[in-house]
Design a protein around this ligand. Structure first.
Ligand code: CA
Length: 255
């Protein structure tokens, strides 16, 4: 025995049993829960070193359970997600999950994730703040066929045509490009645009996002690049590649 206890949160008995066997086979003690109430009871009843948390628990949402756990505990959480749950995955990481596994999973993958999350949890953190690219440090960005140049506030689409953006549109786009695939609340977007302490007017951000969508989304009414995360804010879904200015061919510089 490693003396390490894993709490498996899953509503399907077959998957609970699969995870129990795989974890016990590797020397972990396993406890089980199916609902938020059972999870909170389990945390009170004895030590839990790690939680595997299914996101789709029939009636209950794993995201809500992760939130509830984070109010009372810093225990590491590995989310178990369905194939297409990209936004749930991101929200889960935002509300404090440490890692995720996608179904269908292989037991070896589960064990590898569990070990690595436990190892990370046992290493004292050097800094609490996740590394966020320094605003202004990035120069050019590529995403979904577009190229954005921060030095000239210029956006070109895949055909090379310039997209007509105002300075404000570009600033908002740059906030998203510097924080891709992360859920940003309206307040965070406000702070990133204007500096902290700005009193947030949610509608203003919504209007600015709507305007930017009209310029970069194929179908503004069905946005794929800037998605709304209901009750939270927005997420920029595209893969963003940062190109340092020094890496751009000389003729491509517009400084
Ligand atoms: Ca389930």
């Amino acid at each position: 025995m490693t003396g390490t206890t894993v709490l498996v949160v899953e509503d399907e008995a077959a998957i609970r049993t699969l995870l129990r066997r795989c974890l016990e086979g590797d020397g972990y003690a396993v406890r089980e829960a199916r609902t938020e109430a059972e999870v909170l009871t389990a945390l009170k009843d004895g030590p839990v070193d790690l939680i595997t948390l299914d996101l789709n628990l029939g009636g209950e949402s794993g995201i809500e359970i992760a939130r509830a756990v984070r109010k009372v505990s810093t225990v590491p959480i590995i989310m178990v997600t369905g194939k297409g749950d990209v936004i749930d995955r991101v929200v889960g990481l935002e509300v404090g999950a440490d890692d995720y596994i996608s179904k269908p999973f292989h037991v070896r993958e589960v064990l590898a994730r569990v070990r690595s999350v436990l190892r990370r949890a046992q290493t004292p953190p050097t800094a609490d703040v996740p590394p966020v690219p320094d605003a202004g440090a990035a120069d050019d960005f590529e995403f979904a066929g577009f190229v954005a140049r921060a030095s000239t506030l210029e956006l070109r689409d895949a055909s090379g045509a310039a997209v007509d953006l105002t300075g404000g549109d570009f600033k908002l786009l740059q906030v998203f490009l510097e924080h891709p695939r992360r859920v940003l609340s309206r307040e965070q977007i406000m702070d990133l645009l204007n500096g902290p302490g700005w009193s947030p007017l949610d509608r203003t951000i919504d209007n600015q996002v709507a305007r930017l969508r009209k310029k970069i989304e194929k179908v503004p009414g069905d946005p794929k690049l800037i998605k709304t995360v209901r009750g939270v804010g927005y997420i920029f879904t595209a893969k963003v590649t940062q190109i340092p200015a020094s890496a751009a061919p000389a003729g491509e510089q517009y400084a």
